[in-house]
Ligand binder design. Structure first.
Ligand SMILES: [Zn+2]
Length: 155
């Protein structure tokens, strides 16, 4: 066991989401549907020092592996995150989240008059742009930009 840097005990099976942008751990929980009624064993560490990104948050969930759609949403709010799948205390899979150039049907446009928000069956589509502070989304229909509180706009 490492003497330093061990903020939460190792888990037997589950997922460790590391290198979450500091302050975004609660948004990650929200994406994963984890709230006060959850019965899952969840550990949250916030604002720890990270060599790679300054400060970071970490979320550990026991007994659960993430769906690709959940990973895609996490990428939008925590573009530096890495997902470690743990099986029998070992890292069985490790991958960085990946931000596609375009996302479809994941985020609702902030413009109420946008065609993707009307009764027309138009699926929301955004182009993505990585910036220092996070991800910026631009609606391909109305050009409205979403750069803050993306979690509030997730479908
Ligand atoms: Zn729009």
């Amino acid at each position: 066991m490492k003497k330093n840097g061990l903020y939460v005990r190792p888990i037997q099976n589950g997922t460790v989401i590391d290198h979450i942008t500091a302050g975004q751990a609660l948004s990650v929980l929200r994406i994963l549907g984890i709230n006060r009624t959850t019965e899952e064993v969840v550990s949250v560490v916030m604002n720890v020092t990270s060599k790679a990104i300054g400060t970071k948050d970490i979320v550990k969930i026991e007994g659960r592996e993430l769906k690709p759609s959940e990973v895609d949403k996490i990428a939008l709010i925590a573009p530096s995150a890495s997902i470690n799948i743990i099986r029998k205390y070992n890292v069985a899979g490790k991958h960085k989240v990946d931000i596609p150039d375009e996302i479809e049907g994941v985020v609702r446009c902030a413009n109420p008059n946008c065609i993707s928000n009307t009764i027309e069956p138009v699926v929301s589509r955004f182009t993505t742009e990585k910036q220092k502070t996070g991800i910026q989304l631009r609606c391909i229909y109305c050009e409205r930009i979403i750069s803050e509180n993306i979690v509030e706009h997730l479908l």
